[in-house]
Structure formats: structure tokens, C-alpha cells
Design a binder for this molecule. Structure first.
Ligand SMILES: Nc1nc2c(c(=O)[nH]1)N[C@@H](CN(C=O)c1ccc(C(=O)N[C@@H](CCC(=O)O)C(=O)O)cc1)CN2
Length: 288
């Protein structure tokens, strides 16, 4: 589905402690600002109270001019209700940096889908600790930065990456970037990171999941896109999928079959994040 930037359309995300009247307050606010709701998704964790989540897309002519007044009204209306909110102009694509090591299938999938207009993002840069993908990246017209990250001390490499990313991106995708990122790095970049892990988590966390899968004799392999946290491969899951495996498949066969799953899972996760369909809730996600 081509999901290009939407002119004069806003996406409002609301979440917080559930209570009667939230939907009515949001609808009245949109109406006050001459907005027309075109889609609305809502989830409450418990009918008798709990957490409330809502995604509202509404159209409003001359939206960019109206945004400050709408934001002020949101703060005034939802703040006293204890609700957190974010409002985005859907005509402004999110800036997505990609980090990669040597495996190029997920990287190329994202670049290819972006060129086809299937991912509503801009790609200001690709960063890699290897150089084998440089020519391909540059053939898509995307800047490529090589930042080596060998050895136990990765602080210098991480500092250089933070410098490249700072202020230039809205989120980062680890497209098979095979370096464990430090807590300082995650705190330093201040934007969400999405990783594609090449197993059906929580199975086979860490390195070499296809070898572990072969040794375990699994009948399903899979891929998991998740937000990156300090706890390796244990961040909030965004999307997963699986493929069948048999005794006759070698670890290399599993890796080849799994690559197709990784590419599809990561693409869906990126599109959903880029269109504000994912809300993090503790170590889980709500995906509208
Ligand atoms: N803080 C986090 N960093 C990273 C995460 C994460 O969830 N939290 N995900 C990984 C991706 N990954 C699996 O999907 C992964 C990457 C690398 C390793 C690993 O053991 N790397 C070794 C070096 C391996 C090499 O140089 O080839 C290491 O970093 O010492 C495990 C899992 C990305 N980072």
C-alpha cells in the first residue's frame, strides 16, 4: 500500500489513565478546530479502569497554520485529565537513519520500498561498521557513513554515531547491525531505535539464532521487530512472523529462508512506526 505523506491531515495519539469522557473531549476538540475525523482507533486495558490508548487521524485545511492552537487546546484539555498526547502533521515524513553491518537484505528492502514510495519516511543517512554496502546505498542517493566498531571498547565509535544522528533523525533502524549498543548510546541519541532480530523472540536471544534453531530442531523459524532497550533483544515487540522449517534444512538454509521473513517483518514495523500506529506501553506495544 502506498502510504505517502498526507496533506492537511493530522495524527493525534492520546494515552493515559482511562476514565469516562476522553473520547468525547477529543472529538469536541477536533470539532472546535474545524477538523474532520477520518479514522479513530481506541483500546482500553480494562473496562473498569486501567489504561486508555487512542489514535485519531483528522483532516483540517491549512493544518500547519492551525497546529499551534490545536496543541495549546490539547494541553489545556487533556493535561488536567492526566493524558499524554502527541500531534503530528502527516505531510511531514519522519527522518529514518539505518544502521547495518554486513548482511544487506534488510537494508536493501528498506531502500527499495522507500524508492517505490511505500515507506513515508526520508532517509538522511546509512551508517555501517563495514564498507560492503556503501556502493549500494549511494546508488539510492543516500549518504553512507563508515564507522568502524571493532574491539571491546566501542565508545569512540558510538560517540561518532551519536554525533552523526544528533538532531538529524526521528528514529533509527538497526537493519542487522550486529553490535550491542551501550546504555549511554541509547540515552545519547534520544530517539526510538527499531531492531530486526532474526528469531521468533523470546526464542534464541543474542547472536547466531539460526544455528541455535538448527541445533534445537525447531519446526518454525521467525523474525521479530522490536524497540531497542538496554536489555538485549528484550525490548517491546512491534511485529513478528514465522516460516516453516524441517529436519532437512541446514542452518544456512534456515538463514536463507529466514531472510524473507526478516525483510517483511521489518518493513511492516517501520511503516507502522512511521505512521504513528505503535504506542509503547511498558515493555509491550499497542499497534493500531
Ligand atoms: N542495547 C542493545 N543493542 C542491540 C540490540 C538490543 O536489543 N539492545 N539488538 C542487537 C541486534 N542483535 C540481534 O538482533 C545482536 C547483535 C549483536 C550481538 C552480538 O553478540 N554482538 C557482538 C559482536 C558480534 C560481531 O562483531 O560480529 C558484540 O556486540 O559484542 C547480539 C545480538 C543490536 N544491538
Amino acid at each position: 500500500m502506498h502510504t505517502g505523506p498526507q496533506r492537511d491531515q493530522a495524527c493525534l495519539i492520546v494515552h493515559g489513565p482511562d476514565r469516562p469522557g476522553i473520547v468525547a473531549a477529543v472529538a469536541a476538540l477536533v470539532t472546535r478546530h474545524e477538523g474532520n475525523i477520518v479514522s479513530l482507533d481506541q483500546y482500553s486495558t480494562d473496562p473498569t479502569g486501567g489504561d486508555f490508548f487512542q489514535r485519531v487521524v483528522f483532516g483540517r485545511r491549512d493544518l500547519a497554520v492551525a497546529m499551534p492552537d490545536i496543541e495549546a487546546d490539547l494541553a489545556q484539555t487533556l493535561g488536567p485529565m492526566g493524558m499524554e498526547w502527541s500531534l503530528t502533521d502527516r505531510s511531514v515524513p519522519k527522518r529514518m537513519a539505518i544502521m547495518v553491518s554486513t548482511s544487506d537484505h534488510c537494508l536493501l528492502e528498506l531502500l527499495w520500498r522507500h524508492r517505490r514510495g511505500e515507506l513515508p519516511v526520508t532517509i538522511p543517512m546509512v551508517i555501517s561498521n563495514h564498507t560492503n554496502t556503501a556502493e549500494d546505498v549511494r546508488s539510492f542517493g543516500v549518504p553512507f557513513f563508515h564507522v568502524p566498531s571493532a574491539g571491546p571498547d566501542k565508545s569512540a565509535a558510538e560517540a561518532e554515531i551519536v554525533k552523526l544522528l544528533a538532531g538529524n533523525v526521528d528514529f533509527v533502524v538497526l537493519a542487522r547491525y550486529m553490535q550491542i549498543l551501550s546504555p549511554d548510546f541509547l540515552d545519547g541519541i534520544g530517539v526510538p531505535l527499531i531492531n530486526i532480530h532474526h528469531s521468533f523472540l523470546p526464542a534464541f536471544i543474542g547472536a547466531a539464532p539460526y544455528r541455535k534453531a538448527k541445533e534445537r530442531g525447531v519446526k518454525l523459524i521467525g523474525a521479530t521487530a522490536h524497540y531497542v532497550t538496554k536489555d538485549l533483544d528484550e525490548g517491546p515487540i512491534i511485529e513478528q512472523d514465522v516460516a516453516r522449517a524441517t529436519h532437512a534444512h541446514s542452518a544456512a538454509d534456515l538463514q536463507a529462508r529466514g531472510a524473507y521473513v526478516e525483510r517483511a517483518v521489518l518493513s511492516r514495523a517501520v511503516e507502522w512506526h512511521a505512521t504513528d500506529r505503535v504506542i509503547r506501553h511498558g515493555n509491550q506495544t499497542i499497534v493500531f
